[in-house]
Design a protein around this ligand. Sequence first.
Ligand code: DSN
Length: 421
Amino acid sequence: MKFPFIKREDPEIYTALVGEEKRQAEGLELIPSENYVSHAVKEAMASSLTNKYAEGYPGKRYYGGQEFTDAVETLAIERAKKLFGAKFANVQPLGGANANIAMYFALLSPGDTVLGMDLSHGGHLTHGHPVTYLTKIFNFVHYGMKDVETGEIDYDEMRRVAKKTKPKIILAGFSAYPRELDYAKFVKIAREVGALAVMDIAHIAGLIAGKAAKNPFDYGFDIMTTTTHKTLRGPRGGMILVRESEELAKKIDKAIFPGFQGGPHMHQIAAKAVAFGEALRPSFKKYAKQIIKNAKAMEKVFKKSGARMLAGGTDNHLILLDVWTSYGISGGEAERLLDRAGITLNKNAIADDTRKPMDPSGIRFGTPAITTRGLGSAESARVAELMIEVLTKRDDTTVVRVRKEIKKLAKAFPIPDSFEK
Ligand code: DSN
């Protein structure tokens, strides 16, 4: 039985936990930033390390009793460095937003400029959206796509803005963009204006670690920030990697602790170490490649049906489908319909969307979680066909029929407890 202690001690939470386990087991997860972790990762998260305070870093802590925390954090750091070809790693950020915020404060003074990707073209809130407090302190300017039908970034505009605004950081990375970036161009422009090249790899960290996508460090990027729970398939958390500068690494460490955080969440760091160990296995490379193959299989189905995808398709793990243009329904309605059919994804603005963020023109979905379950190209294509059926017919009979087929697929591909060596 799962959760025997919670069942006894807290029946209300028990009911919610069991409900969520069932929802995850019986439906298919297509939110591109979600995944399923191994039981080994879960065991680390549930370990007694949650009881421990460990402010500081291995070998230099502010509390006693650090024999095992030091071993855990050192292993996490060493594995992260190996995975990403970094000289330094800070594994303490509590999440991706924290990692980005600390990175800005480590590298910038108030009023300094950051040139990042426009949120409406796929960037992230922490890349300088006016709703964040970051914009009260730093000056964010943006670049975007030259052509939303191909996804090509406007590098000429990036250079022009960079020369005019003299940013201290040129930031690459996204949470809703389906193409690979031209990293050499980013670095060239950064060097021309004396900026640091930083990439937020949160979405594609697993693709990079699994060598299914290019590594920005190979092109001279200085720093990468990331979450650890998306394609990388670790526990919820963040991380900052520095390619080679010890001076930058020291600034980052200081910004994380004592700058922004207190006691590191050692149970999460242990889980990060376990997940990084899994990502170093040969099977992780297969998984990373298959994520892209599965996304391509879905792309093919949508392309054939004449649907409009942002950038015309995908090079990575995610697709942005313009359901408003393709099927005449809003992203919100599509999200709800597909949820009822057992397919979980999220509504998402399509570049330069004229609809509101709470009910935009598109949906965003991806293949990391279904790939972890073992679905291949044929099954991914079938999921895309079922999505089209729901989005075009929209009646209860279709929704119920598709839900049944999704449940069958989910049963045939259960969430794994562990991964191949
Ligand atoms: N919430 C994450 C995502 O879904 O992409 C980004 O922070």
